[in-house]
Design a protein around this ligand. Sequence first.
Ligand code: FES
Length: 101
Amino acid sequence: MKYEICKVADIPETGSLVAPFFGREVHVWRSGERIRAAANACLHFGGPLNCKDGTLVCQWHGARFDMESGERLEGPAPKGSRLMFLPTRVEDGALNYVWGE
Ligand code: FES
C-alpha cells in the first residue's frame, strides 16, 4: 500500500507541516537529510500536538516529545513512550506512507 502524504517541496525547512491522513493528521518535518512523519496524537490521551522549539508539545496537558527520537521528554505521557512514526518513502517529489511492501 502506498499513500501520498504531501509534496516534499511543501515541507518547511523548520517546524512542521500538518497533513491530513485518513481522517486524522500527521506532522511532517525535516530532520537533517531525513523526512519524518508522526501521528498528530499524544501518547497520553491522544491530544493534538504543536511543533514548538524543536519539540512536539501536546495541546491538552503539555507532554513534550523529541522530534529526532520521538521520545517523551516530560509531561503525563508514559515514561519511555515515543511518537508514532509512520513508515515513509520519497518518490517522484512526494512523501508517501508505505505499508506491507
Ligand atoms: S493528552 Fe497529551 S498530555 Fe494529556
